[in-house]
Design a protein around this ligand. Structure first.
Ligand code: HEM
Length: 405
C-alpha cells in the first residue's frame, strides 16, 4: 500500500503511529481484538495525524474525543461527506446516496428513504425475522454440536431479511455475501472487480423495474420523486448501491462479534440465557464495545480544530470504535458491562447521516441473540479454531466456529 507523505502543514509533533488499517490487530488476525487495540489513543492528545489511515493509503486527522467527533459530524458545512468511497474503486466520483451527499441535497433523499426503515415498518417485519432465526438455529441444533456462526447463521439470517426487505430473491445469498466481502475487505484486485459487479447488478435491476413495476424497493426508487422530479439513473444507482452494501455485512458482523464475546465470557452468557429480559440492554453494550463502521469526513475549508491546522481537502477520521472507548463518556470504557445504562454509544453515527437501518439492525441483533441463547446450550469457541478479525473502515469477523458438545 502506498503511503502519502505527511503534508507540510501538519506539525511533526502531531503525527502518531496509529492506523485503523495497519496498527497491530487491524490486519486479519486469528483471535484478534481490533476494538481493544484502539483504546491506547485515549492516553494521547484529542487530535493527531495518522499518515496512513484509509484503504488507499491516505493520511487522516484522527479525532479521539466523542464530543469532538460529534462537533465534526454535526458541522456538515466544514466537514463534508462527499468522498466517493465506492465510485473511487472504479476510478469514478459519483456519490452513494444519501451517505455521501451533504445537506441540503442529503435531506431530500433521506426523507424519501426514512419511511422504508421506520420503527413501524421494522415492527411489521419482526415475525418474519423471528421465524427466520428460529428456523436456522433449530436446523443448526438438530444437525450437531458445532457450527461456523458466520456461514451457518449470521449471514444467512441477516442477508435473507435484508433481501426480503428489498424484494430481492434469496437464492443468491452466497453470491451477494461474496460481493460484499470482496468490496469491504478485499484487496486491490478483488475490490474494484466487486464494485463493477455490484454496479452492473444494481443498474440491471433498475432497468428491469423501469420496464416491469413490482412491489419492491427498486421499483419504489425508480418511481420516486425528489424535489418534484424523478431520480436520474446515476442517483438510482447511488441509492441502490448504498442500501445494498450498508445492509449486507454490518448486522452479520455485529452478531458475530457478540457471540464471540459470549463464547469467551460464560458468566455473561449464562446471565443472558437465564434472564433473557436483559438482552435488549446487553445488545446496546455489545454494540458499544464492538462497533463496525468507522466514519471519515473531508474538510471543505481551512480550520483550526483543537489546536490542529486542518486544511481544505484534509481527511478527518471519526472512528466510532474510538468514540466508544472515550473515558470522558463511559465509565470503565474498556470493560463490557451488560447492564450499562444510558449508553450513548456512537456505533450508528451522529448527526444527519445517523444510520438509517439502526432500528432494523437492533431488532435483528436482539432477536438473533434471544433465539440463539434459547436453543443452543453453553457454547465456546471450538478448540483448535480461531476467529479471524480485522479492522479498517468496516471492522469484520470472518469465521466463528462454536462448539456446545
Ligand atoms: C449493526 C449494523 C449497522 C451499523 C453498525 C451501521 C452503522 C452506520 C453508521 C455509523 C452510519 C453513518 C455513516 C456516516 O455518517 O458516514 C450509517 C449510515 C447508514 N446506514 Fe447503517 N449500520 C448498520 C446497519 C444498517 C442496515 C441494516 C442498513 C439498511 C438496511 C443500513 C443503512 C444505512 C444507510 C442507508 C446509511 C446512510 C444514512 C445517511 O447518509 O443519511 N445500516 N450506518
Amino acid at each position: 500500500m502506498a503511503t502519502n507523505p505527511v503534508p507540510d502543514h501538519v506539525p511533526p509533533e502531531m503525527v502518531r503511529d496509529f492506523s485503523l488499517f495497519t496498527s497491530p490487530g487491524m490486519s486479519p488476525t486469528p483471535n484478534g481484538d481490533p476494538h481493544a487495540a484502539v483504546a491506547c489513543v485515549h492516553s494521547g492528545p484529542p487530535i493527531f495525524y495518522s499518515p496512513l489511515n484509509t484503504r488507499d493509503g491516505r493520511g487522516t486527522w484522527v479525532i479521539t474525543r466523542a464530543s469532538d467527533q460529534r462537533r465534526v459530524l454535526q458541522d456538515t458545512e466544514t466537514f463534508s461527506s462527499h468522498r466517493s468511497i465506492f465510485a473511487s474503486a472504479l476510478g469514478e466520483s459519483w456519490p452513494m446516496i444519501p451517505l455521501e451527499l451533504d445537506p441540503p441535497a442529503h435531506g431530500a433523499f433521506r426523507s424519501l428513504l426514512n419511511p422504508l426503515f421506520s420503527p413501524k415498518r421494522v415492527s411489521a417485519l419482526e415475525p418474519a425475522v423471528r421465524e427466520r432465526a428460529i428456523r436456522l438455529i433449530a436446523g443448526i441444533a438438530a444437525s450437531g454440536t458445532s457450527c461456523d456462526v458466520m456461514k451457518d447463521f449470521a449471514f444467512p439470517f441477516t442477508v435473507n431479511i435484508f433481501l426480503h426487505l428489498l424484494g430481492l430473491p434469496d437464492d443468491r445469498i452466497d453470491t451477494f455475501v461474496g460481493w460484499a466481502r470482496d468490496l469491504l475487505h478485499g484487496d486491490d484486485v478483488k475490490r474494484p472487480a466487486a464494485a463493477r459487479t455490484i454496479v452492473s447488478f444494481i443498474d440491471e435491476l433498475a432497468a428491469a423495474r423501469r420496464k416491469d413495476l413490482v412491489d419492491d424497493f427498486m421499483t419504489f426508487i425508480v418511481q420516486a420523486q425528489v424535489e418534484g422530479r424523478r431520480l436520474t439513473k446515476q442517483e438510482v444507482r447511488g441509492v441502490g448501491i448504498l442500501v445494498f452494501v450498508a445492509g449486507l455485512d454490518t448486522v452479520a458482523a455485529a452478531i458475530g462479534f457478540d457471540l464471540a464475546y459470549l463464547a469467551r465470557n460464560l458468566k455473561d452468557q449464562e446471565l443472558l440465557r437465564g434472564e433473557p429480559d436483559r438482552i435488549v440492554l446487553a445488545a446496546e453494550e455489545l454494540l458499544r464495545a464492538y462497533p463496525t463502521v468507522q466514519l471519515i469526513r473531508v474538510a471543505t475549508k481551512d480550520i483550526d480544530f483543537e489546536g490542529a491546522p486542518i486544511r481544505k481537502g484534509d481527511y478527518v477520521s471519526c472512528a466510532t470504535v474510538i468514540a466508544n472507548r472515550d473515558p470522558a463518556e463511559f465509565e470503565c470504557p474498556n470493560t463490557v458491562d451488560l447492564a450499562r445504562e444510558d449508553n450513548r454509544h456512537a456505533t450508528f453515527g451522529f448527526g444527519p447521516h445517523r444510520c438509517l437501518g439502526s432500528h432494523l439492525a437492533r431488532r435483528e441483533i436482539v432477536i438473533g441473540l434471544e433465539e440463539w441463547l434459547a436453543r443452543i446450550p453453553t457454547f465456546r469457541i471450538k478448540k483448535g479454531t480461531a476467529p479471524i478479525t480485522s479492522g479498517g473502515h468496516v471492522f469484520g469477523i470472518e469465521n466463528l466456529i462454536l462448539d456446545w458438545s
